[in-house]
Write a protein that binds this ligand. Structure first.
Ligand SMILES: [Ca+2]
Length: 206
């Protein structure tokens, strides 16, 4: 009898949870134990429990941190290139990369993820076809993953002037907390481009 009651109970729970999936109360990709407990046997999502879900990872090419108020920001890197001529870094065929910002995931955050905002400014000349590319990636035992190379689109109006850029990047589910993130600029045209104030800000969940 007890076994029968248990079976019926399981079936009812299954039916109810199937309904919870279809009503969008249970999440397909972002489930956590804490969220499961918070919505258990609920017919509505209680306020604010979506914080208990795994972070929503962008599926498209562009990544943009939108819920900034849920994060604590700190500046981790600022290159003003004071030791360079004119206090700017010149990228060219011989020096296609700026020095990189580097950090282990463990030094970025103790949380499960963080966002990086990499910003700075380029000088875009009249004859310059493209702006430098912002590159951000993780490394695990010498292999690269979560590689992002973002070409900053320069508006036609921004010529012969310093133009700001800013790129957001969410950390992947890391293979090891000792995996390293790197962020730098790359100019692949072979011509020369000037950059300054390369900055990395890290947004950690509050
Ligand atoms: Ca400078």
């Amino acid at each position: 009898m007890l076994a029968l009651c248990f079976s019926v109970g399981c079936i009812l729970l299954n039916l109810f949870q199937t309904w919870q999936w279809s009503a969008g109360i249970l999440s397909k990709e972002r489930m956590t134990k804490a969220y499961y407990k918070a919505v258990f046997a609920r017919t509505k999502i209680p306020t604010d429990v979506d914080r208990l879900l795994l972070v929503e990872r962008p599926l498209g090419h562009d990544e943009l941190l939108v819920e900034e108020d849920r994060y604590r920001v700190s500046e981790r890197y600022l290159a003003t290139y004071d030791e360079q001529p004119d206090s700017v870094f010149t990228l060219d065929a011989e020096h296609p990369f700026t020095p990189a910002y580097e950090s282990t995931f463990a030094d970025l955050t103790a949380k499960d993820h963080a966002w990086l905002r990499v910003s700075g400014r380029f000088f875009i000349g009249d004859d310059q076809a493209a702006a430098p590319t912002v590159v951000i990636h993780f490394e695990h035992e010498g292999g690269l993953y979560k590689y992002m190379a973002r070409d900053w689109i320069v508006p036609d109006s921004a010529r012969n002037t310093w133009t700001p850029f800013s790129v957001d990047y969410i950390t992947p589910e890391v293979r090891s907390r000792e995996d390293k993130v790197k962020a730098y600029l790359w100019y692949r045209s072979g011509a020369s481009a000037r950059v300054d104030d390369l900055r990395v800000q890290v947004y950690e969940p509050k």
